[in-house]
Design a protein around this ligand. Structure first.
Ligand code: ATP
Ligand code: MG
Length: 764
């Protein structure tokens, strides 16, 4: 039994419970993923065939790591045969085998978000609707949520409640767009991300033999991060597990952070209903973090009303407190955090990969990138504009996609005139219009003008025919030529390589190199496939690429880098040193979340997820002003900083109250009726010197803001702080009204006389 040595008693119980439905709901870092891993190893040791195991993970990388771990636990390479990966990648492959049943080509394209939005934009335009009312991402969100709740366009239209809601939002045409969108995806032989789940449900619902096949195949089913499965995923699992009911789900309701994608804590409740005899296992010991981090995280999450009671503790050492750093601007935040990382790295001689910078939104990565680059520290940004989203990469991949599936309209639009071959926009508009009138795919029209006549001139027609012939010649090779060979051939004969090679600007050179890099990646893929005795076609490669998640983009050689990612992408991961940045109101919690308790609670769970990624140290930072949407906006520290039990917090440098008092921000927000932390600076009432009548849209920077007006409280002898000059002491007050001035001695820069109306002084 010694392969199970690395487990505590509760973990061991969960691992050894082989048959029947079971659920592990436990706090962060308590070993849920570890239990899944060992459980699979144990199943295999007990004679379960690895082909009969299905394990669903949050990222593909997690699946890969889990397989490696399983091999190291039980030896050999048996884990290769387990069906393991994200919902999307596992079911995309299953759909591929069965696509004909659903009327899709076997090489159906997977539309990414950009493709979906581009298609929606086009439909909105064709319908003559206002694109400010029917914004592509909002409409896409609506469609996505309908699909994840398995609401077909017909059901959508018939559902008085939803349609009524659209009407209230003055968007009565959504169902019509939805209907058209579905039709057009189908016509293009494309599934979007949500279709991968939706169509799997259709497949399992309408084809009992297929359902039966997979029920027999997947005798043991395991799901990680169960709290973030949506209804569509929940149903798939339920159907597959219906015969054997050997289903093990693990999750943490406190880490449910995808409700905007339709993930639903209710699935945890449904589980109990579906399998009344299920066994519940609890894990309470956290192995990941210091006790300060565990306790700080507990203190945050207990503020949420809706949660399953959990008691998380750790035997780990106390560790340092959670640091809080205040910075003036986002650029300074970048510098300060980067320097901090550098210092820790030097002091402890640890790896770059031991650090992570986590943020709420991708846009925040810029300032960190800049500073990291200046200090020459290696880093990797996950998510955001990833390698595969770069224009040149998407262009070449569009050729691949089109060669795999000629009806793929988004790919076709991208490359029909790239590199330029004289097929103008008007020509394309005419063709698209004709395709709509004939009610067929654009490809059908351009590959058979005799059948679908279009009024374009002979020259254009000729060029288009050449293009069609070219794509057809690639298509013939698709299923038999190894991926690398065909990819290379396409890159050259499409003219993309030459086009980029001729561009000698630094950007052009970088783009050329990126294409080379993509080809190298495909080469690697081909080699790996050969090792498995498979041909490894370009269309196989395309599935891999389409389903990369934000956390998946990793290459072997750049492993030792600082990680930059959104908190959403960091789920399930851990790092010795974590920096959670941009802890400001309206950013984190996000502005959009401030209208309801449910949404605010989700932001709080997100903060909990962020904190619990940290093993040894966790640092929070916020700025006083930040560039957002192209302008400088004043920021307030996030309420979440206040919400951490202050005995686990170390507020660094200037911002700390004299006696290290309880509240950090110490001001009352208009919409916030919390009482804790308000006005409790070292036990004293705060001195908020914001001028009377000043609008709350420019909130005081911190504690009190002595910017003139009600200066009766600013007195000689007070310690103050200035945004640029740092800390100082008031030596004199003069003038009246808007001319009122204060003379302040700043140790760093000397004496200054400041007009209070302009100078942002904070009383300490
Ligand atoms: P999350 O909720 O963040 O997904 P989790 O519950 O899945 O966390 P794991 O990632 O499985 O937790 O475990 C957290 C860390 O603790 C890992 O580094 C894991 O190897 C370690 N760990 C878990 N259980 C044990 C144990 N019994 N002995 C030693 N280390 C353990
Ligand atoms: Mg986990």
């Amino acid at each position: 039994m010694n392969y199970l040595e690395g487990l505590n008693e509760s973990q061991l119980n969960a691992v050894k419970n082989i048959d029947g439905p079971m659920m592990v709901i436990a706090g962060a870092g308590s070993g849920k993923t570890r239990v899944l891993t060992y459980r699979i190893a144990h199943l295999m040791r007990q004679g379960v065939d690895s082909f009969n195991i299905l394990a669903l993970t949050f990222t593909n990388k997690a699946a890969k790591e889990m397989k490696e771990r399983i091999n190291s636990i039980i030896g050999g390479n048996e884990s290769m045969n387990i069906t393991m990966g994200t919902f999307h990648s596992v079911f995309a492959r299953i759909l591929r085998y069965n696509s004909d049943k659903l009327g899709y080509p076997s090489n159906f394209t997977i539309y990414d978000t950009q493709d979906s939005r581009s298609l929606i934009k086009m439909i909105v335009k064709e319908f003559g609707l206002d694109d400010k009312v029917y914004k592509a991402n909002a409409v896409h969100g609506r469609i996505s949520s309908a699909k994840n709740n398995l609401i077909s366009p017909q059901a959508y239209e018939a559902n008085v409640e939803i349609v009524g809601e659209d009407r209230m939002a003055k968007k009565p045409e959504i169902f019509r767009i939805y209907k058209e969108y579905v039709k057009r995806c189908f016509q293009s032989g494309a599934m979007d991300f949500d279709d991968l789940l939706y169509q799997t449900n259709v497949l399992l619902r309408d084809f009992p033999d297929v359902l039966h096949h997979y029920q027999q195949k997947f005798k043991y089913i395991l799901v990680d991060e169960y709290q973030d499965t949506n209804y569509s995923q929940y149903l798939i699992v339920k159907k597959l597990a219906a015969v054997y009911e050997n289903i093990c789900v693990v999750g943490d309701d406190a880490q449910s952070i995808y409700s905007f994608r339709g993930a639903n804590i209710e699935n945890i409740l449904n589980f109990k209903k579906d399998y009344p005899d299920f066994k519940m296992f609890k894990l309470e010991q956290n192995y990941r973090s210091t006790s300060n981090i565990v306790n700080a995280a507990n203190s945050i999450i207990k503020r949420n009303k809706d949660q399953i009671e959990k008691d998380v503790w750790t035997d780990n050492s106390e560790g340092g407190k959670i640091n809080v750093i205040r910075c003036l601007t986002d650029n300074e935040e970048g510098r300060v955090i980067t320097n901090r990382i550098y210092e820790i790295k030097q002091r402890e001689s640890i790896d770059y990969k031991d650090f992570a910078i986590l943020y709420r939104t991708n846009a925040q990565s810029r300032s960190f990138e800049e500073s990291l680059r200046k200090l020459n520290l290696p880093y990797k940004i996950y998510g955001g504009l990833s390698f595969y989203q770069r224009k040149e990469i998407k262009d070449l991949i569009a050729y691949f996609r089109l060669s795999a599936n000629e009806k793929d309209e988004e790919a076709l639009k991208r490359v029909i005139n790239y590199p330029k071959r004289g097929i103008g926009k008007t020509t394309m508009d005419n063709i698209i219009l004709a395709a709509r009138q004939y009610d067929v795919a654009v490809w059908d029209v351009i590959s058979d003008f005799n059948r679908y006549p279009v009024s374009i001139n002979a020259g254009a027609r000729n060029k288009i025919s050449q293009f069609v012939t070219k794509i057809q010649s690639y298509a013939i090779q698709m299923e038999k030529t190894p991926a690398y060979e065909l990819a290379n051939n396409i890159a050259q004969s499409s003219g993309i390589l030459k086009n980029l090679y001729d561009d000698k600007t630094p950007e052009g050179v970088a783009r050329y190199e990126n294409i080379q890099e993509l080809l190298a990646g495909i080469k690697e893929f081909s080699v790996q496939q050969e090792e498995k005795d498979e041909v490894g076609t370009l269309s196989d490669f395309l599935i891999d690429v389409a389903l990369l998640t934000d956390a998946d983009q990793e290459k072997e050689e750049d492993k030792n880098t600082i990680t930059l990612m959104t908190i959403h992408a960091s789920k399930g991961l851990e790092f010795p040193h974590v920096f959670i940045v941009g802890l400001e109101e309206n950013l984190f919690p996000s502005q959009l979340s401030l209208t309801s308790r449910t949404e605010l609670e989700e932001e709080r769970r997100l903060f909990y997820v962020a904190l619990t990624r940290a093993e040894k140290s966790c640092t929070l930072s916020y700025v006083v002003s930040r560039y957002r949407w192209g302008q400088l906006v004043t920021a307030e520290p996030s309420r979440f900083i206040d919400e951490v039990d202050q005995s686990f917090v170390n507020v660094e440098n200037e911002v700390r109250g004299r006696s290290g008092g309880k509240s950090l921000s110490g001001y009352k927000r208009p919409s916030d009726n919390r009482t804790s932390g308000f006005g409790m600076m070292g036990g004293k009432k705060k001195r908020n010197l914001t001028p009377l009548g000043k609008s709350s849209s420019t909130p005081p920077s911190k504690k009190g803001n002595a910017s003139g007006g009600t200066t009766e409280e600013l007195k000689v002898g007070y310690n103050v702080e200035h945004a640029r000059f740092g800390k100082g002491k008031v030596t004199a007050i003069s003038g009246t009204g808007s001319d009122k001035k204060a003379s302040v001695f700043f140790p760093r820069v000397g004496a200054k006389t400041l007009i209070l109306k302009f100078a942002k002084l904070t009383v300490l």
